[in-house]
Design a protein around this ligand. Sequence first.
Ligand SMILES: [Zn+2]
Length: 441
Amino acid sequence: MIPIIYCPSAAVVDGRILHSPGFLVDAYGHIQHLDNVDALRAEFPEAAVVKLTGEMLLPGTVNGHNHGFQVLLRGMGEDREFMDWRSGVLYPVSERLTKEEIYESARLAYWDMLRHGITAVADFFYLNDQGSDNALAIARAARDVGIRLLLARTFYDWEGAPRRYRESPQAAHDNTLELAKRLKEEKLDTWVTLHIAPHSPHGASRPMVEAAVSTQKELNTYLHIHVAEGKYERSTMLTRHQKTPIQWCYANGALGPKSLAIHAVWADEDDLAILQESGTSVVHNPASNMILGDGIAPVIDMLRRKIPVLLGTDGGCTNDRHSIFDDMRMAALLQKVHMTDSSVIDAGTVFLMGTRVGSRALGLNGGRLLPGEPFDAVSVRLDDPSLLPGPVTLGHVVYAMADTAIQSVWVGGERVIHQGEPVRFDPGPIVQWARSWQGAR
Ligand SMILES: [Zn+2]
């Protein structure tokens, strides 16, 4: 790649809207300079110039929690009670997916995310079959589509779940190390970062969580754990262990500055103090929490305590959208109605949750359009009716913008969506495959 000067009509930089800025993106896909366009052209005459007239650049959004294959469950379990959905839809379908179907479903989910402006996703992956082949398939899907992947490899041993989810702690450890090796061998580690994911206090036993924590340390990486999502988990843990789910995770070493607590809906003041003092980040999944009737996470209290809160879509069948812009809106609206106060959270805060905070919590650079950061960016058409009338503010982006405004998406300086269409792959076969899967299900 040669250096490129991008010239949008506007851009969101550090929470402010800049007009007619220039971004010099170097041959490695990083933003090297942010200046006015004429100055950049004079200083870097060898650079190509790409005009984005009538468009505004935003940082790419970060999806802190997802299960890619669950996109296949769309339309199969809506409006059912959770346990009924889990046993009647999720388990039977996830039991029978082949490696090829796991690959295709990941391509479908990641394509859907990219076109909604998501440039990095944490896929909490648990169809491991006591090995690494399926995880490698989703890593290949991420590379083939062009999205950054944090592959949160699950550690799971609850006996009530399908056989293919389950391993012994030792096998989970060994298979994860093997996966790390194979990601390197296939050079997938430029697109994919391996994280560790003990499933939850109900899906992973104490020895399993301990194995996950020691594997995390061995690989010096991040740890994700579902915790305090539903009310039932809290009451079960209190009865069985005399600890809340968050206390139990903390006692087993699963919380800390490189840990992500997924959901944390049923968290009391003591739980929040643990999250704060341990430096744990929280992945908030507002649309999923609403669809599943989980409850409302105490996000305002978390923010008051300066707990990093990022956003996740969760699986494609519990949202049912793959859009962090949409979840910014959901996160803000949910807290406003919960606290009966429309000023309790603002557009700038949720925008940061979906971009910069997400990047940092997942150990990534980016999430903002500043020199030194990778050029992970989204351009939106300023003449989209959802952004009129201007001048556009962050309030427009969070509350008004429709996905029809999204024009292009870049990951690491490479344009992976152009005029709404994918660049790295032909979407036709994915559409065809999804239709044939639908016919067979
Ligand atoms: Zn989940």
